[in-house]
Design a protein around this ligand. Structure first.
Ligand code: PA5
Length: 428
C-alpha cells in the first residue's frame, strides 16, 4: 500500500461502517460517471485511458527542450501550472537550477515579478509552454504576450514558433486559434477533464517530462491508485477512508479548516496543488473545508503556538514519509560547544521522524487536535502519481458526500467579471 490512512490519532473517533452504504453509491456514480458534473469525470480513467500517440509526442518534444534550451517558462495559472510545479519540486527539489531550469509565469499580474522574470530571460535561451484550457485566462494571456514578444523580437518569428509549446482545448479558445495560425506544437487538455484534475494530462506531463521526470511513471502510479480504490470497502479503501474522515471532521465534528502538513520543504507545492484541488472543488454553497497548509518543523516556529493552543477550528492531515531519499549524518565536533554530540551519527531523516512523533503527541494528547496521518512509502515519480490520484479521488468522494459538484468553479467567475468591467473589456 503506497498510502495508508492512519486514523488512530483522531481524538473524535469515526464509525466508518455507518458511511459504507453512501460511499458505495457515490463510488458507483464516479465509476459509472453519473454523479454531479459528470461531464468532467474524464480524469477517473485517464491514467490508463489516454492518447498514447500524444504521450510519444510529449516525450519527443520534452527531449528536444532538454537538449536545446537553458530555461523552460511554464506559463499558466491554477490547475494549469500547480500540478507540474508540485511534481517538479517534489522530485527534483527546490535548490539547484537543473537543466533546463523551470520558471513559472502567467499566474500573476505583479509587475515586479514579471519584469524580473523578463529581465532574467533576456540573455537566456528559453522555450515557453503556455497552458490554458479556456485559452482566454487574462493573467496567462498577458504574460504570454510579453514572453512571445520578447522571443520574437530577440530571435525572430521563426525561432519563436519552434520555441513555443501550447497546451489547450482541442476545439476552442483564443490560444487554439493562435496555435493554428503560428503552427506551434500543440497538446490537448481533454474536454472532460478540468484544470485541477489535469496533472496527469499534457498540462502536467509536458513540463514534468521537460524536467527529466518520466511521465509514464506518474501515469502508472495514478493507475495503481485507481486499482487500489476499486473496492469501496472502507476497511481497505485508504482513499475513501481519508475522504470520509474529511467529511466527518467538517460536518459532524464541526471543523472548518483542514491543515495539510508535510515535513519536507520540497513538498510545499504539493500543498499548493492540494489546496486548489480541495478548495476549488468543495468550497461551494456555504459548505466545505478551508484547505490550508504548513511545513513542519519550519512552521512549528510560526504557527506551532496557534496549532497547540489556539482556536480549535481545524484538524491536521499529515503526509508522513516512511523512507527518506537522502541520508545526511550529523558530524562529530570535538569541542561540542553547541552540545549536539548526542546527535552525532544520527541521520537527519531519523531526527525529522522524531520531530514528527513529538509534534503528533503534542498536538493530539495535549492540544486535543484531530490528526489523520497519511503514511506515504517514499517520494518517486510512481508514488507521486499515486498521491495525485489518491487526492483527486478522495476530493470527489468527500465533495459528493457533501452534495457538492466538485467539477465547476462558479465563484471564480465573479472576480473576473468585476476586473473586466474595471479594465474596460468590451462586453463587461
Ligand atoms: O482548476 C481549474 O479549473 C482552474 O484553476 C483553471 O485551471 C485556471 O483557472 C486556469 O484556467 P485556464 O486553463 O482556462 O487558463
Amino acid at each position: 500500500m503506497i498510502i495508508k490512512t492512519n486514523t488512530e490519532h483522531l481524538v473524535d473517533k469515526i464509525d466508518f461502517a455507518s458511511y459504507q452504504e453512501r460511499v458505495n453509491e457515490i463510488h458507483d456514480s464516479i465509476i459509472n460517471k453519473t454523479g454531479k458534473g459528470n461531464d468532467f469525470l474524464g480524469w477517473v480513467n485517464h491514467p490508463f485511458d489516454y492518447d498514447k500517440e500524444e504521450l510519444k509526442e510529449i516525450k519527443k518534444w520534452a527531449a528536444y527542450v532538454r537538449e536545446n534550451y537553458e530555461v523552460l517558462v511554464v506559463c499558466g495559472i491554477g490547475g494549469s501550472y500547480l500540478g507540474a510545479r508540485a511534481a517538479i519540486e517534489a522530485i527534483n527539489g527546490v535548490v539547484g537550477k537543473g537543466k533546463p531550469e523551470i520558471i513559472y509565469m502567467g499566474q500573476t499580474f505583479d509587475p515586479t515579478y514579471t519584469s524580473q522574470c523578463l529581465e532574467y530571460l533576456k540573455d537566456k535561451k528559453f522555450a515557453i509552454n503556455v497552458i490554458s484550457k479556456s485559452g482566454t485566462t487574462t493573467e496567462t494571456s498577458v504574460a504570454f504576450r510579453l514572453l512571445k514578444s520578447l522571443i520574437e523580437e530577440r530571435d525572430g518569428i521563426e525561432f519563436a514558433r519552434k520555441s513555443i509549446f501550447a497546451t489547450t482545448d482541442a476545439n476552442k479558445g483564443a490560444l487554439l486559434t493562435l496555435c493554428k495560425q503560428e503552427g506551434y506544437v500543440r497538446f490537448v487538455l481533454p474536454d472532460d477533464i478540468g484544470g485541477r484534475y489535469s496533472v496527469q494530462t499534457a498540462v502536467g506531463l509536458f513540463p514534468i517530462a521537460c524536467a527529466g521526470i518520466d511521465p509514464e511513471e506518474i501515469l502508472k502510479g495514478s493507475t495503481k491508485a485507481f486499482e487500489d480504490a476499486a473496492n469501496p470497502d472502507l476497511k481497505t479503501n485508504e482513499c475513501y477512508k481519508y475522504a470520509v474522515t474529511r467529511f466527518h471532521m467538517n460536518t459532524v465534528v464541526g471543523k472548518a479548516v483542514e491543515m495539510f502538513i508535510t515535513y519536507v520543504p520540497s513538498f510545499v507545492q504539493i500543498g499548493e496543488w492540494w489546496k486548489q484541488l480541495m478548495g476549488e472543488s468543495e468550497g461551494k454553497e456555504g459548505k466545505g473545508l478551508l484547505p490550508d497548509s504548513a511545513t513542519f518543523s519550519t512552521d512549528l516556529h510560526s504557527l506551532g503556538q496557534f496549532i497547540q493552543e489556539g482556536t480549535p477550528c481545524f484538524f491536521e492531515t499529515v503526509l508522513a514519509i516512511k523512507n527518506h531519499r537522502h541520508s545526511v549524518l550529523v558530524p562529530h565536533d570535538e569541542a561540542n560547544l553547541d552540545g549536539l554530540n548526542y546527535l552525532e551519527g544520527r541521520t537527519l531523516g531519523s531526527i525529522n521522524d522524531k520531530a514528527f512523533e513529538g509534534t503528533l503527541a503534542a498536538h493530539v494528547e495535549e492540544g486535543h487536535n484531530n490528526n489523520v496521518v497519511l503514511e506515504f512509502e517514499e517520494m518517486n515519480p510512481f508514488n507521486l502519481g499515486y498521491l495525485f490520484y489518491f487526492f483527486e479521488r478522495a476530493c470527489a468522494m468527500s465533495s459528493y458526500l457533501n452534495g457538492i459538484n466538485p467539477f465547476n468553479q462558479p465563484g471564480v467567475e465573479v472576480y473576473k467579471k468585476n476586473m473586466f468591467h474595471l479594465l474596460g473589456k468590451p462586453g463587461f
